[in-house]
Design a protein around this ligand. Sequence first.
Ligand code: AHR
Length: 333
Amino acid sequence: MRKMRPNSAPWRAAAVLASVLLVGSMAACGNSDTGGGSTDDGKITLGFSQVGAESGWRTANTTSIKEAAAAAGIELKFDDAQQKQENQIKAIRNYIQQKVDVIAFSPVVESGWDTVLKEAKDAGIPVILTDRSVDSADKSLYKTFLGSDFVKEGRLAGEWLIEQKKTASGPVNIVELQGNTGAAPANDRKKGFGEAIAANPNLKIIASQPGDFTRAGGKQVMEQFLKANPKIDVLFAHNDDMGLGALEAITAAGKVPGKDITIITVDAVKDGMQALADGKFNFIAECSPLLGPQLMDLAKKVHAGEEVPARIETEETTFTQEQAKEALPNRKY
Ligand code: AHR
């Protein structure tokens, strides 16, 4: 074989090729140091398990997460659990098997997560809870919880009602449409509302049933409430969609929503805000679904091994009919 002279053209070409290969292999080592779960292109992979598509709120939340992932350059693996805890557990196990970098989910119910969360922890994959929390005693099973204070939302709804009914001399009959059984917003909104209205013994919850956060559920349960109770003064619905479904039942029963029956809901999605501006709802406690950008920021931080606050509370407000009229033109969802 012919020998290459140092500094000859073939020698220089071989030297350039060798240094390119060396830099390439160093970069590859750098990637695997970032935690082993990144894709080859260096992108963070986030596995997200969504509750379902039960409400306008949920649709806006899904859109926010998908758009924010694309904007942040995060590869999103998305699964819709169709309201079933077993589907969420299956999705989380798939993400663990796929060795994603970070797992996030919005738990359909509060309990029953310890085993799968432990599996994620053992696999070294950080978990972020978004929108809803879990009741696990071991807080080391997840890095942070980003979402609303649902007890506060219920309390704000109850305090508004206390103020409206402060001169009521007789009983004020309230019916309550709860979210799906066992969900954090259903448990917490019930609690906050109940605690607030306890300040006036005239205010009484005469019936309370789950409507599963859906319009169909709200309509069906409200029909039953109306049949069983001749005097209903107030409806507290745990979300706008159930309130909107209930409107149909109330109108069909020959009553005027917002007048014959005072209607209080939670969320403040566009359709709910329209009903409020139109005088069919009376008050809404806001629950913001726009969690995507904060979630992506947290995913980057936990992937980099940075400390993050254990609880990040979403900023929210409340709306009266007048405030809804003002806010509607600029409402994003
Ligand atoms: O967890 C948030 C709640 O879930 C929203 O209030 C409701 O609309 C949704 O389905």
